[in-house]
Design a protein around this ligand. Sequence first.
Ligand SMILES: [Zn+2]
Length: 368
Amino acid sequence: MSSIVYMYLPSNNLNIENYDIELQFNSDNAYSYIEDQLDIGYRIPGTQERVNCANYFINKFLEIDSNFTYVLHNFTVYSTECQNVLFKLNENRSNIVILGAHYDSRARATKDLVNKSAQVPGANDGASGCAVLIEIATILYMIKQNLSCQIWFLFFDAEDQGYDEGPGILGWDWCEGSQAFVSDIHYFYDSETENFDCMILLDMVGGENLQFINEQHSTSSLLDELFAIGRELGYISEFPINAIREDIIDDHLAFINFGIPSADLIIKFWDRNPDWPHHHTTQDNISYISKESLKATGDTVEQFIYNNYFADVNDTYTGNYPWSVDKNMLNLDLLISIIIIVAVVGISTILYLYKHQNSEKEVELLKG
Ligand SMILES: [Zn+2]
């Protein structure tokens, strides 16, 4: 059903010219940050390992700058203590760009064919996005004076415990952390002087055979631009022209509902996709992580920031800023819209014809 409707929607084929600058993203570093997270253990909500992982991020950012601003956002899910971790770069800039990833790993390998009650290592599903965020923060910190935006590096807890073929944690929904964060977002910025430009979510960005989908909740003008930037960098297979269209419940949704243009860089993880069949299994480990995939993702996000926010280039760059256009319509929304339009046009036509007929009769009567 959804694929039939999506067939008639335009595909993402924006052409842009990337700002000419040497990209610094180092995939060896990013890879090692995944290893670090796996060494911590299973980062399951409510565990000491989850706490240790939050502390790991704090240590990494304090290594970049011992005064790096960070905020811990505590919340509870069914009395389990959870924590989102937010780092702010360039707090003196008013336009905020949010780069996000979830850091919890799934408590149960519900899609594993052998051991469904085992824990998921979450090398790709969780750790990869966080690793890319740390590496990008390291790079952008060095040129922060030349950036015209504030950047938030936001690590979500409690994303990955919902129900698929079984529960991650019984009774938990997906994306608890991002929903809690957006509910409290007014605590983290000054709405009088600051505003949000966009949010980019990285989810499963480090697996082999990386191929992003055209995620349909995402703001299309923002996602299209990321695809165009990636392709321009030569990452044609990672950002395919006719990418698979699907709408995914993920941490960007709460931000979209709050009115922030948001995009989810995510792969086809369902149907045990042969390109990456390890979703929510015990095999989501370091063996299936690819430095090339990390590089494609990191380069693209780094280039996105330069294109839009580096020095004066945004005067000449013709991207989709401020990403206010969203051409995607979800299948249900589209169907409802079509039904309403057909009904309105139909009723109007009937009314017009009826009136027209009556006025002709009146004219005839007058003549008579
Ligand atoms: Zn997951």
